[in-house]
Design a binder for this molecule. Sequence first.
Ligand code: NI
Length: 233
Amino acid sequence: MKKKALAFALCVLLLTGCSGPAVETDGTAMLSEEVKYVALTFDDGPHEDTTAALLDGLKERGAAATFFLIGTEIAGKEDLVARMGAEGHQVGNHTWSHLRLETAPPETVVYEIQRTDEAIGAILGGSGYWLRTPYGLLPQSGETLLSVPLVKWSVDPRDWESRNKEKIVSAVMADIRPGSIILLHDIYQPSVEAALEIVDRLQAKGYWFVTVEELLRLYGIAPQPGVMYRSGK
Ligand code: NI
C-alpha cells in the first residue's frame, strides 16, 4: 500500500507519464483573459477587536490583502502581525505615530519610518517594508528621502467617516476597476464587514484579491524606491 501511495504521489508531482483519471494536466486552460486583479489595503492597525475577524474572513475566501501598520499599535499584537505574514498578506509601514510627514523635519521622518520597519522586521524578519504615508502626504524633501516604494490608493470610500457598511460597499463597487487599490481601515467593525462583502461580490464578478506587490507585478510594473503607486494600471 505504501509503495502504491508513493507512486501516485510521484505521478501527481510529475504530471506526466501517468494515466490516473484524477490528475489535471492542462493547468493553463484555467487562466482566463477575463481575470481581474485588485488590492485591498488596510491602514492604522493592527486592532485587537477587529483585525483577527478580518484575517479569518480573508482566509475563508482565499483573498490576500496589504496591511499598513502604525508602529505604536504593534506591541502586544505581534500574533496578528505574524498571522498576516503567515497567511500570505503583505505587511507595510504607516509610520511609528501616524505622523504628518509634510511638516516633520527630515530626521523625524527617517526615525518614524525606521523604527516601524524594525518593529515589523522583529516579527516577520527582513527590512524595507513598503510605506503608506499617513493621509498620503509626502515629506517636504519629497520622495527622495524614502528608500522603499510608496503606496497610495485609487478607491477611497472614506470608511473612517461614514462607519457604515452599506455606504462603504456601494462606494467601492461604484469605483472599482481592474488594478484598483482600495483604501480601508481594519480598526472599524463596519469596514471589516464591508471588506468581506466586497470580496464576495467582486470574486463573483471574476476579481482576484492580491497584495499590492503582486498587483504591480501582475500589471507589469517594477516598483522603484521613492515612487508612489496609486493603482496597478
Ligand atoms: Ni492612517
